[in-house]
Design a protein around this ligand. Structure first.
Ligand code: 13P
Length: 287
């Protein structure tokens, strides 16, 4: 069974750790993340971008696959299936498809429109017990072809959106998706502190979890971050392990071309990345 992310994130905020959101792209990734969460007794959030949803033929396919996999693998830890950076229409589709958590990314709208659309989704998600994440202040870098400028969120706007009845808030604090450039000045903890002062106990979400130094992650958690999103790092470890397998000429002429063998090293690499992140975020044993 899938659960809303609300309870696991409130527990994480109180316990001063964070739950990882790991993005999925196919069956192998999903299986690797679920098995690692179960092995480490950690709650977990599976993130699905609109692009990944399309790639997997639609949100209904994704929801059916994840629900069946949780059952067939006997997963006992809390698992939330979460739309990542959803449009308004995408959010409606995921509510319909059976997702247990939604992120509506209205950060590119003027604040009044972001508030209006978020308010509608608070109502719809509330009726179904689905958790809702909203975003204020766009996160930099590229996500599915959309390039965010990465401005810092205005703490007053964060309060306005948090007060709408959402369950978690993603606020830009200098974080960006993908690899951080060498001259990245780091997270703006001053902005995070002002946001926390305004929004109180609301669990905060840190996007762009790839490549943020461990000390910064820990400080962010101490300031109210309870959910951290990781995508690029799993992609990089998967690609690197697959490339090494192919370069090593692993019996590709024989049985090595079997997709189950070809994808195995990448899948194991994702498991290792997820384990490392869960240990860093402090969610191990918290299920
Ligand atoms: P990274 O790709 O930088 O890990 O960010 C993931 C993310 O924030 C998804 O919303």
């Amino acid at each position: 069974m899938l659960v809303s992310a609300k309870e696991m994130l409130n527990k994480a905020r109180e316990g001063k750790y964070a739950v990882g959101q790991f993005n999925i792209n196919n069956l192998e990734w999903t299986k690797a993340i679920l098995l690692t969460a179960e092995e480490l007794k950690s709650p977990v959030i599976l993130g699905v971008s609109e692009g990944a949803g399309k790639y997997m033929t639609g949100f209904k396919t994704v929801a059916a696959m994840v629900k069946a996999m949780v059952e067939e693998l006997n997963i006992t830890v809390p698992v939330a299936l979460h739309l990542d950076h959803g449009s308004y229409e995408g959010s409606l589709k995921c509510i319909e498809a059976g997702f247990s958590s939604i992120m509506f990314d209205g950060s590119h709208y003027p604040i009044a429109e972001n508030v209006e659309k978020t308010t509608e989704l608070v109502k719809l998600c509330g009726e179904k017990g689905i958790s809702l994440e909203a975003e204020v202040g766009s996160i930099g870098g590229e996500e599915d072809g959309v390039v965010g400028l990465g401005e810092c969120a205005d703490p007053n706007e964060c309060k306005a959106v948090a007060d709408l009845g959402i369950d978690m808030l993603a606020a830009g604090i200098g974080n960006i998706h993908g690899k951080y450039p060498a001259n990245w000045p780091g997270l703006r903890f001053d902005v995070l502190e002002s946001i926390k002062e305004k929004v109180g106990d609301m669990p905060l979400v840190l996007h762009g979890g790839t490549g943020i130094p461990a000390e910064m992650i820990q400080k962010a958690i101490s300031l109210g971050v309870a959910k951290i999103n990781v995508n690029t790092e799993c992609q990089l470890s998967f690609a690197d392990a697959t490339r090494k397998y192919i370069e090593a000429g692993k019996d590709l002429e024989g049985k090595g071309f079997d997709p189950r063998k070809l994808l195995a090293p990448g899948t194991e690499a994702i498991k290792a990345t997820v384990k490392e992140k869960m240990e860093l975020f402090g969610s191990v044993g918290k299920a």
